[in-house]
Structures are given as structure tokens and as C-alpha cells.
Design a protein around this ligand. Structure first.
Ligand code: NAG
Ligand code: NAG
Ligand code: NAG
Length: 378
């Protein structure tokens, strides 16, 4: 009887506590820095998933062709997750190559399967190929947000209607138990860079529209206000990182003297400049932008205090260069320690890439931003 009573009591208690605990949480702040004062993000660009085992690889050595399929992409995701044990995984579009995916839902589930199985929170944005199978762009994004462990969202409520599907932001809280546990010390922005122009007379790829930039400006200003107000008001905005698929026209402003990595093909940005780079420079919080789309480019270059970075091609059913390994980008933010020995705000943001070779060789390590440097220059 006593056991039954305490069981009942527990059920009643839980049914009171759980919804309350849930409503206390800031829904955008499900991510936070770990006990070591670190937050690590794995970026996977251009998986180009098709139908799995039946879908062959592109641009591998002739000797590799027979044994290569989408399953090699799956294996690479699994190895990267094991090697880096990230806190968060971001898929920056062309997650599936729609033309060769018989069933979009199945292909998406296979593409994100390793992230789902890892129990690590993940997010995705759309590329220009995700909608070419059995689902529209809206359908793909709606399916993604229903998958397990994802923090992806279809669109914000603050700006409605907004162009595209998959415009949202996430806040990364300070270390649990530290003074910054309720503050977002790192902000992540996700945008839909579209697929192709639908405007007569303008050819080529899509771009980030005015409605999306307006949402970005509102969100950035709101986050900055919160970060600079009590408790613990900060002097300037928390650093931000932006993830989307298609590179901005500004990616073409570099040459080998001022980027880290390689540029082995043209920059496939839209033919018009919609001004999103300028919006980010004006807002002042975004320190780095991460895209995919051009599989043979994997560089990072800094312009006006913002690093513009490619991840390099990841998927095997995607064009690449035989003998030039598929790759992924890792970003790590580290916190500073305060005078009382507690964890504080973000001190530095670093990046490197890993190659899908035998040892998952890490290359091109660089600092993207540090708190002590002026204007993000190193
Ligand atoms: C693809 O995976 C198979 C099976 O593990 C492996 O034998 C092959 O070397 C891989 N191919 C490439 C290009 O990595
Ligand atoms: C953070 O918020 C929780 C819940 O509202 C509160 O109990 C805690 O004291 C806050 N901690 C700090 C450091 O602000
Ligand atoms: C990179 O260097 C070239 C000269 O080699 C210069 O023309 C270009 O403006 C530089 N780009 C940036 C973003 O600094």
C-alpha cells in the first residue's frame, strides 16, 4: 500500500514538475557549453544522399568505384562523430540529391541517420537539390523538423511571411552552474539561401531575401540587448555564427594570399548581391559564415571582421575530385575563466577540417575570432 501510495505521489509530482520545468526553459536555448568550457560544432556540407547502397559514387578513383556508394557517406558521418564527439552537428544543405532519391523521406532519414543515432542535437538547412525528389522545399523542411534530436525549425513567428524554409536561430548558454548559465554566449543563425532565381532576367542561384535579413536584424538586435543588459551586462554582442548553403558574392573577394584552404573552382554565388553580408557587418555580432555548395572549395577568408568559410564537399554521390579526399569542418568555441575561477564568455573560436582518409587527418587549423583581437583580425 505504502509503495502504491509513493508511486502515485511520484506520478503526481512528476506531472506537476515536468511541464513546469519545460516551460521555464527558453526553447531557443537547448544548447550550452560543457563543463570544460567548450562547445564544438561539426559541419557536414553536401551529403547529396540518394537511395543508399544502390546509389553510386562520383569522382572517386577507378579502383574505388565498384565498392563505393551512399553508404560511404554514412560511414564518414559516423567516423567524424566518433572522432570529434561534437556538441552539435549542422548540415548545410544538399543533404539529399533529390533527382536520385526515389523517396525524399527515406533519403532524408538515411542521410541524417547517424546524427539521429548519436543522440547529439543537430540542425539542417536546405540546399538547391533537397527539393528535387518527392517533397517540396516546405515539405522537406517540415519533415526534417519532425526527426529525432533535431533543433531545426521551419520558420520564425516574428516575421511572417518570410522567404524560404528553415530560417531560425539557436542560443548556446554558458556552463551550467556558472554566472552565465542563463545567457546565450554564442548565437547560431540558420538561413535558407534558396535554390534558383525565379525573377525574370536574373539567372542562376537563389539569394537571401530582404524578409530574411529583416528577421536576422531583429533577432541579432534582440540577442544583443539581452546580452548587454542585467544580470552581468556585457560591453558588446555575443559572437554569432551563420550557417547556410550558397556562398555570398563576397566569397570571391579573396585570393591565395588571404585565405586558408583551397579554391579549385569558381564561386557559385547568386548573380545579384542582396546585401546580407553588409547586414551582418552592420549588426556586428556574426564572426563567421559557413556554407557548402562548391565542393572543391574549402577555404576560410576574413573580410570586414567576418570569416567566410566553406566546409568542402562531404558526400560521395556528389561531384568532387578523385584522390582529393571528402572533408568536413569543425568549429570550437572556448570560454574564458573569470577572476573567481568560474567560466565566463567566449574567448576564442577556432576551426579545422578533417579528411576522409585512414586517419581522418586534421588540416588547416586556424583561429576565426578571439575576444582580445581588434575587429576579429588575428
Ligand atoms: C567505401 O566503403 C567501402 C566499404 O567499407 C570501402 O571498401 C571503400 O574503400 C570505400 N570507398 C571510398 C572511396 O572511401
Ligand atoms: C538561472 O535561471 C534559473 C531558473 O530561472 C535560476 O534558478 C538561477 O538562479 C539562474 N542562475 C543565474 C546564474 O542567473
Ligand atoms: C586579398 O589580396 C588581394 C591581393 O593579393 C587583394 O586584391 C584582395 O582585396 C584581398 N582580399 C581581402 C578580402 O583582403
Amino acid at each position: 500500500m505504502a509503495v502504491l501510495q509513493s508511486c502515485l505521489y511520484l506520478v503526481v509530482l512528476l506531472s506537476v514538475i515536468l511541464p513546469a520545468a519545460k516551460s521555464l526553459r527558453n526553447p531557443a536555448m537547448r544548447l550550452r557549453f560543457g563543463k570544460k568550457g567548450e562547445f564544438k560544432i561539426l559541419q557536414v556540407a553536401d551529403m547529396h544522399y540518394g537511395d543508399g547502397k544502390a546509389t553510386p559514387c562520383e569522382d572517386v578513383l577507378p579502383s574505388q568505384l565498384a565498392s563505393c556508394s551512399d553508404l560511404n557517406t554514412t560511414a564518414f558521418v559516423r567516423r567524424m562523430i566518433r572522432a570529434e564527439n561534437p556538441d552539435f552537428i549542422v548540415f548545410t544543405g544538399d543533404n539529399i540529391f533529390g533527382f536520385d532519391a526515389t523517396d525524399a523521406e527515406k533519403s532524408l532519414e538515411a542521410a541524417f541517420g547517424q546524427a539521429i543515432a548519436s543522440n547529439i542535437p543537430w540542425a539542417a538547412v536546405l540546399g538547391n537539390h533537397d527539393q528535387e525528389s518527392t517533397l517540396s522545399r516546405e515539405g522537406v523542411m517540415k519533415h526534417i523538423v519532425g526527426l529525432k534530436n533535431t533543433l531545426s525549425r521551419v520558420n520564425p513567428s516574428e516575421v511572417n511571411p518570410i522567404d524560404g524554409f528553415g530560417n531560425y536561430n539557436l542560443e548556446v548558454g554558458g556552463v551550467q552552474g556558472s554566472a552565465f548559465q542563463n545567457k546565450s554566449v554564442l548565437n547560431l543563425y540558420f538561413l535558407d539561401s534558396g535554390d534558383y532565381s525565379t525573377v525574370p532576367g536574373i539567372f542562376g542561384y537563389g539569394w537571401i531575401k530582404a524578409s530574411q535579413q529583416f528577421w536576422f536584424q531583429l533577432t541579432s538586435a534582440k540577442l544583443k540587448r539581452a546580452y548587454m543588459s542585467k544580470p552581468l551586462p556585457q560591453k558588446s554582442a555575443a559572437p554569432g555564427l551563420a550557417y547556410f548553403h550558397i556562398p555570398l558574392p563576397e566569397f570571391s573577394r579573396f585570393d591565395a594570399s588571404n585565405y586558408t584552404g583551397v579554391r579549385q573552382e569558381g564561386i557559385s554565388s547568386p548573380t545579384v548581391n542582396s546585401g546580407f553580408f553588409t547586414s551582418m557587418v552592420e549588426s556586428g555580432d556574426v564572426k563567421a559564415v559557413f556554407t557548402g555548395h562548391d565542393h572543391l572549395n574549402d577555404f576560410c577568408g576574413a573580410l570586414n571582421g567576418i570569416n567566410l568559410c566553406y566546409a568542402g564537399g562531404f558526400g560521395y554521390h556528389a561531384y568532387g575530385k578523385a584522390g582529393w579526399p571528402r572533408r568536413a569542418r569543425v568549429v570550437v568555441a572556448n570560454l574564458e575563466t573569470t577572476s573567481n575561477g568560474n567560466w565566463g564568455t567566449v574567448k576564442s573560436i577556432r576551426t579545422w577540417k578533417r579528411l576522409d582518409d585512414e586517419h581522418l587527418t586534421a588540416i588547416d587549423a586556424q583561429v576565426l575570432w578571439s575576444k582580445t583581437s581588434v575587429g576579429g583580425l588575428i
